[in-house]
Structures are given as structure tokens and as C-alpha cells.
Write a protein that binds this ligand. Structure first.
Ligand SMILES: C[S@@+](CC[C@H](N)C(=O)[O-])C[C@H]1O[C@@H](n2cnc3c(N)ncnc32)[C@H](O)[C@@H]1O
Length: 193
């Protein structure tokens, strides 16, 4: 989460009010059933805020119920919109202040398998997320190459990831070496400080 906790001492060894009041901001770019949204809501703490994007009302509803059951709905703003609209949907003062952005690509588990994330919009959203990330902030992206359309999206996302300037961010790609077929892979991008 970028290492900007609430208890960083200032030069006098005191915890500055500014640091105490700093809001941890995160984005779930693919809300789905809300598991990752809930995880982020727990991570950001009582003062933090999570923005969640999904294009399906069924996903927004499922996530809303999950957050409500956990009594954490007040930490989340759920947006029924594509993640490629991040720059127009989020307040401008969140630019450069996002500590974490999570993508979990593919289709909604238990939902309509024809509604999938698409290479064009995913890459646009990843690029914007990188630009809006705080120093030391992190993007994670779980990529599923196994479903129809998934391999193309995986190729395009990795192609984009290779172009990220190493002075801007570190880009790592995690893969299974011992799983059959086309297992998911994980892209982790951490913005330099
Ligand atoms: C694999 S699911 C996400 C699972 C979710 N992270 C969870 O914890 O349950 C992918 C989701 O991406 C959503 N999606 C597809 N295109 C999108 C877009 N352009 N912007 C935001 N979400 C999108 C789908 O509707 C689907 O719910």
C-alpha cells in the first residue's frame, strides 16, 4: 500500500497532523463480486477511501451487499462505469495520490461470460492508473489468458507493460511454472518514489 502509514514520525519524532489526516486512496478497477474491493476497504483503514469500477449493475450490487455485510460500505464509492473513465470519474485531487489500483481481468465469476474486460480499454485504464499513482504506489493486474479474448488481452497488456519507462516504475510479471493449460499471471507495477 505504498508505505505511507498513519504513524510516520516527523523531524521532531512526533506524528504530524498532516500525516495523521492523510487519506489512503485505492481503486478496484474491476469490482466483480467485491472480494478485492472488500480487501482494499480493510487495507485503507477508517480514514481511507476506495473507488470501485464495474460496467455491470449485477457486480455493483453484489459488491455493495458484500461491503454492507462487512459494515465497510462507507469506505467505498462504487461506480457503474468502465475503468477507462478513471480520469473523468475521480476527483482531480486524487491524481498522484492513489496508493493501490487493482485489476482482476476477465469475466464476472457466476455471471455473464460474454462480458469481459477488453484489451483496448484495459490498456487505457492501466496507463491512466500509472499516471494517477502516488510515489511508491502499486498496481496489480491478474491476467487470464484462458477464455476467448483472454490471450489477446494478455498479449496487449504485457506489450504495454514492457514499454513503461524504468525511471517511472518497476514492472514485474509473476507466472506459474507448474500449472497445466493457461493459468493466470500477475503483473505488479510499483511507481518509483
Ligand atoms: C474477474 S471479474 C472481477 C472479480 C472481482 N475482482 C472480485 O473480487 O470478485 C472482472 C470484472 O470486470 C468487469 N469489467 C469488464 N469490463 C470492464 C471495464 N471496462 N471497466 C470496469 N470493469 C469491467 C466485469 O464486469 C467483471 O465483473
Amino acid at each position: 500500500m505504498g508505505g505511507r502509514g498513519e504513524s510516520i514520525p516527523d523531524n521532531d519524532g512526533q506524528i504530524s497532523m498532516q500525516e495523521r489526516n492523510r487519506r489512503i486512496l485505492a481503486v478496484d478497477a474491476t469490482v466483480g463480486n467485491g472480494h478485492d474491493t472488500l480487501f482494499l476497504a480493510e487495507c485503507v483503514g477508517a480514514n481511507g477511501l476506495v473507488y470501485g469500477f464495474d460496467i455491470q449493475s449485477a457486480a455493483i450490487e453484489a459488491a455493495s451487499n458484500r461491503l454492507s455485510d462487512a459494515r465497510l460500505l462507507q469506505r467505498v464509492v462504487l461506480l457503474e462505469a468502465g475503468h477507462e473513465r478513471l480520469a473523468e470519474m475521480l476527483p482531480q485531487d486524487t491524481k498522484g495520490n492513489l496508493q493501490a489500483v487493482m485489476f482482476n481481468l476477465g469475466y464476472l465469476p457466476g455471471g455473464d461470460k460474454s462480458v469481459i474486460t477488453r484489451a483496448d480499454t484495459t490498456v487505457r485504464a492501466l496507463q491512466t492508473a500509472l499516471e494517477w499513482l502516488a510515489p511508491q504506489g502499486v498496481i496489480t493486474c491478474v491476467i487470464y489468458p484462458g477464455h476467448p479474448g483472454g490471450a489477446e488481452e494478455s498479449d496487449r497488456v504485457l506489450q504495454w507493460a514492457r514499454t513503461v519507462d524504468q525511471r517511472q516504475a518497476q514492472v514485474l510479471w509473476y507466472r506459474f511454472l507448474n500449472q497445466q493449460n493457461r493459468p493466470p499471471t500477475l503483473l505488479a507495477i510499483s511507481r518509483n518514489g
